[in-house]
Write a protein that binds this ligand. Sequence first.
Ligand code: NAP
Ligand code: GCO
Length: 268
Amino acid sequence: MSSFSLDSFSLKGKVALVTGASYGIGFAIASAFAKAGATIVFNDIKQELVDKGIAAYKENGIIANGYVCDVTDEESVTDFIKKVEDEVVLIDILVNNAGIIKRIPMLEMSAKDFRQVIDVDLNAPFIVSKAVIPGMIKNGHGKIINICSMMSELGRETVSAYAAAKGGLKMLTRNICSEYGDANIQCNGIGPGYIATPQTAPLRELQADGSRHPFDQFIISKTPAARWGNTDDLQGPAVFLASDASNFINGHILYVDGGILAYIGKQP
Ligand code: NAP
Ligand code: GCO
């Protein structure tokens, strides 16, 4: 007789760190974790954003522990994780969510801009995971979820640095799985499709004549679900990958994209 129970989806008693989670996708994921029973820790780059985040969680009845930390700065990350481990407890779940994008055609992009995107979107998940994994090994378990992208699989004009970083993040995910799977650490990715957040707001802005942005129409035509995703669409998948229900899933990228990657596009 199977011992399966819906309790395996619960995060009761777990501590989850979600990076860059004052708003947007990180906020939605952390809020879902809290609903599933976890204690929430998050960081953002500025005190002002952390304060806004704490207030927004509070409005939803969630007491979140917020810290200022730039995830690209290894020393600051090490201090931050030590503080969390001293003030809260060892981290059971890490979501590498903080990320940026610069939409610049490759031939116009400076090496400095390219490096900055790689730094936040790829180097930082390495730095934060490296700081958290020793505690997970001590704990005897751990879940790491890396927020990947459609650009972990696809390219498009203007996003060379972002695509390089998110493709790299997919492989970092598989490598963490390979190196620490035997320590009972599961490292998986979520690849959101096109989600309505501040990061994608410029792609959805109305035109001067009130019509929809051409990219907005393009994305809807490329998405079998025929809509942009909402941050809520990522909540169930994130809870699943953070919970014991996914204990034998490792090194997997779960695309939550309304079907974009399955679809060749509308015939002309
Ligand atoms: P967002 O609205 O721009 O939020 C990103 C968060 O990360 C912000 O709070 C941001 O703070 C923070 N952050 C940036 N750099 C940081 C740093 N160095 N240290 C700490 N925090 C930092 O983005 P989102 O749309 O919610 O995206 C979240 C993640 O999902 C990103 O990794 C993104 O690439 C990925 N994603 C987004 C989509 C989408 O369609 N929206 C799709 C696929 C993947 P600031 O406000 O100070 O910049
Ligand atoms: C872009 C978008 C994307 C999305 C997302 C898709 O300019 O193409 O911003 O890259 O944010 O990552 O999954």
